[in-house]
Structures are given as C-alpha cells and as structure tokens.
Design a protein around this ligand. Sequence first.
Ligand SMILES: NC(=O)c1ccc[n+]([C@@H]2O[C@H](COP(=O)([O-])OP(=O)(O)OC[C@H]3O[C@@H](n4cnc5c(N)ncnc54)[C@H](OP(=O)(O)O)[C@@H]3O)[C@@H](O)[C@H]2O)c1
Length: 245
Amino acid sequence: MNRLENKKIVVTGASSGFGEAIALACAQAGADVALVARRADKLEELATRIRGLGRTAVVCACDVGEQAQIEATVAAARAGLGHIDVLVNNAGMNVSHRRIDATSEDEWQRIINVNLTSAWLFTKNILPEMVARREGTIINIGSKAANYPSLLAGVAYSASKMGIHALTRVTNEEGNPHMVRACTINPGVAATPILELRPKPPTAEDRAKMMQADDVAAAVVFAASLPQRANVERMDLYPTDVSVG
Ligand SMILES: NC(=O)c1ccc[n+]([C@@H]2O[C@H](COP(=O)([O-])OP(=O)(O)OC[C@H]3O[C@@H](n4cnc5c(N)ncnc54)[C@H](OP(=O)(O)O)[C@@H]3O)[C@@H](O)[C@H]2O)c1
C-alpha cells in the first residue's frame, strides 16, 4: 500500500543519514519530495534514485543556517511540487568540542541557526499554506538530548534540540484548530555520519547495534501517514540495546 500516495514532502538534510532515508522511504510510499541540503551532488544522486521509482524529486541546494536562503528554498520546493503537505525539519549538526567553555560564540550561533532557527523559518514559510488548505504535517527531528541534555551531546546541541519541543508545541497550538499537526521525533543514537564528530567516534561493532537511518525513516512515514485527525505529537525512539548509549 502506498501510504503517502501523491503527498508533497519537503525534507531538510536530505543528503545524508536520516534525511536521505526519510526522502527515499517517503518516495517508496508514493510521495513526491523536495530535497534540501548544501551538497547538491548528493541530492542529485538521491533525486535520480527517486525518479527511478516514478516519483518527482526537486533538488534545492540550501545552507539552512543562512536565514536569507530559506524563503527562496521554500519557493523553489513549492514551484517543483505544486504545494506542500508535509515538512520534515531534519537538517542538523554538531561540533566536536562540546563543553560550555570550549564552545565559541560562533559555534553556539551556528548550531542554534542550523538545528533550531531553520526549523522555525521553514515552519513560518510553510504553515500559512497548510492552515489555508486545512491539512498539513510538520515533523521536527529532535533528539534524546532534548529529553536528557548532556555533555556527550554538548551544550549548544542540547539547547537547540530542547527548543524543538517548544516549536512543535506552539505549532500545534496554532495549527491544530486548522487541522494542521506537528510532531517531534526524538531519536537516540543511530549509526549515521554525524557520529564522526563525537570526541570519540563509536566503533563499527557499536554502530551495528545502534538504530539505523531506516528506523527513523519508518517512524516519519508512520507519523505522516496516520489520518489527519490523529497527531503523534512526540515520539521517543531509542535503541533497544542500551549499551550503545
Ligand atoms: N544520528 C544520531 O544519532 C542522531 C540522534 C538524534 C538526533 N539526530 C538528528 O538527526 C538529524 C539528522 O542527522 P543525521 O544523524 O542523519 O546526520 P548526518 O548524516 O550528518 O546528516 C545531517 C544532514 O543535515 C544537513 N545539514 C547540516 N548542516 C546543514 C546546513 N547548514 N544547511 C543544510 N543542510 C545541513 C547535511 O547536509 P549537507 O552537509 O549536505 O548540508 C545532512 O544532510 C539531525 O538533526 C541530528 O541532530 C541524529
């Protein structure tokens, strides 16, 4: 069953990890997708795979940390897809040194911009259309660090992901009266390239025990494909094997 048949979906951070898996899973479920990230070559490769499934893929190269680029990116996605049913705010980053005293102002600002401000700006640009159509789903990728801020995740990253909870709650307060819903998915550790930035990257053996990008993609497809009357406001998706973190 194509659970997202003809849905028009924007995925940020689609060039790698969760975002790549989310875009592919959505296309496999019948959706057309707009792919947002900085690395256009990676997005083009993914777009070719998605077009091979018979779905539309629109490549939108964008640095989501640059606020001025977001409005034009949304316009390009809308032009390519026609309208937007689902927004997945997934783009995210971290830095290697994560202590308060080791974090520079520039690093703090960059992490907040990429992980949190961009999600607010994509929402700001897309929510009015969803409200007008009385249909829409916004899925924000948070983190276990939003529930348990930690030095392992870092001060700026943890703060950015806690902010995602506030964004989702307020989006629901504004959107629910108009049948628009918002969801935060908080993954625990999963084997994606972002782990290379950890002060001590995990071993291949540990990565094999972690969740994989496809697991998070399946959670996104689930939340997006429930009937519009049902809203998964928050999903905590942690590895079963707690030895991996
Ligand atoms: N893996 C985990 O254990 C884990 C756990 C909890 C939450 N998360 C969250 O999951 C999300 C996806 O991360 P991932 O694990 O899939 O990591 P990843 O493989 O490193 O992917 C990160 C994605 O974000 C994009 N991105 C980063 N900075 C960007 C910018 N300035 N502008 C546009 N796109 C940008 C990257 O694309 P470009 O480099 O091409 O721009 C890439 O597509 C992030 O929000 C992360 O915080 C991950």
